[in-house]
Ligand binder design. Structure first.
Ligand code: PMP
Length: 360
């Protein structure tokens, strides 16, 4: 068996020990005589798996008790609609910070339900930075403020949490949740598609302050109502049982590693050494303002486009896969989420240096 270092932006690598454990438990989960995939979500075995996953996530992020944790489906993309449907609460407008492609998707969806005030945009610098707190034009009539702390495509990250003066802050943390400790109490709602740092695709985690839910706009589908999911412990309908179980194994892995501070130290080290290799190469470039460079998604360009194909082919031969940049940007992108081992980043850096020597 040979496993590659997979730099995919998502679905992304999972910790090997998690996959091994899932394999060991595949046919017979702890004497139940069945796979987790075959269990009733209402049976006591599965209920214990689900409850343990939630408890571990709460512990990892120190989620206060007045927040609900929901394990939903429909991806982060459904949240682009669910957020306005639930959080407008009779108000007609929301503030959105636009820092790139995923912010724009969220804005377009919200425009179907309310007036969107764009509180700031970094379009003028081609989304290579984030606005400062002073640049945010927050409005007084906003039901909430939405932003994307880590823009997965361009690798741009907020180095600070926006201050919204009591207006609920909503964050699309799809590509950054669990990469480091987080003060959940600063947010009204956090959502994240699972397929990067949490587990397999098919699951979306929502963390929401209890007092914000239960006032949906008229016509909201039952499945889009956070309160319904909260009241039913994310089992109003059949949840993504296996993805939820695997997410639980990832949470246990994080706890064994020492929690999110330990994870953050590793992530910071991985990102810093990769950016240092890019900046000192005289060959590769990354256009993002230094203080806004993502720990998770590292895009980089080669000096000539015709090198790209060679780079991808040779990298693959070296066991380094899925490095092709997003189709909007070209070039390369290395996503180095929690489960990417430091050796994977070291191997990529060594390969990049060798490639630059040969093609530079
Ligand atoms: N937001 C961000 C920041 C993302 O990176 C992604 C997926 N790459 C999405 C939203 C959409 O997620 P999903 O495919 O789960 O709907």
């Amino acid at each position: 068996m040979s496993r590659v270092f997979n730099f995919s932006a998502g679905p992304a690598m999972l910790p090997q020990s998690v996959i091994e454990r899932a394999r060991a438990e595949m046919l017979d989960w702890r004497g139940s005589g069945m796979s987790v995939m075959e269990m009733s979500h209402r049976g006591k075995e599965y209920m214990s798996i689900a409850a343990k996953a939630e408890a571990d996530l709460r512990e990892l992020l120190a989620i206060p008790s007045h927040y609900k944790v929901l394990f939903l489906q429909g991806g982060a993309s459904s949240q682009f609609a669910m957020v306005p449907m639930n959080l407008l609460r009779g108000m007609g407008a929301a503030d959105y910070i636009n820092t790139g492609d995923w912010s724009i998707r969220a804005i377009h969806e919200a425009e179907k339900y309310c007036k969107v005030n764009v509180a700031a945009t970094t379009k003028a610098d081609n989304f290579t930075s984030v606005p400062s707190q002073a640049e945010l034009k927050l409005s007084s009539d906003a039901a909430y403020v939405h932003y994307c702390p880590n823009e997965t495509i361009r690798g741009v990250e907020f180095p600070y949490i926006p201050e919204t003066h009591g207006i609920p802050l909503v964050a699309d943390m799809s590509s950054t949740l669990l990469s480091r400790p987080l003060d959940v109490s600063k947010f009204g709602l956090i959502y994240a598609g699972a397929q990067k740092n949490i587990g397999p695709a098919g699951l979306c985690v929502v963390i929401v302050r209890e007092d914000l839910i239960g006032k949906t706009i008229p016509g909201t589908p039952t499945m889009f109502d956070y309160k319904i999911h909260a009241d039913n412990e994310s089992m109003y309908n059949t949840p993504a049982t296996y993805s939820w179980y695997l997410a639980g194994l990832v949470f246990e892995w994080l706890k064994e590693l020492g929690g999110l501070s330990a994870m953050a130290a590793i992530n910071q080290r991985k990102a810093e050494k990769l950016y240092a290799a890019i900046d000192s190469s005289g060959f590769y470039t990354n256009p993002v303002a230094r203080e806004c460079r993502s720990w998770m998604n590292v895009p980089f360009m080669l000096p000539r486009e015709e090198f790209n194909e060679h780079f991808l082919k040779e990298a693959k031969e070296a066991g380094l896969t899925t490095l092709k940049g997003h189709r909007l940007l070209g070039g390369m992108r290395a996503s180095i989420y929690n489960a990417m081992p430091e050796e994977g980043v070291d191997a990529l850096i060594a390969f990049m240096a060798d490639f630059a020597r040969r093609y530079g």
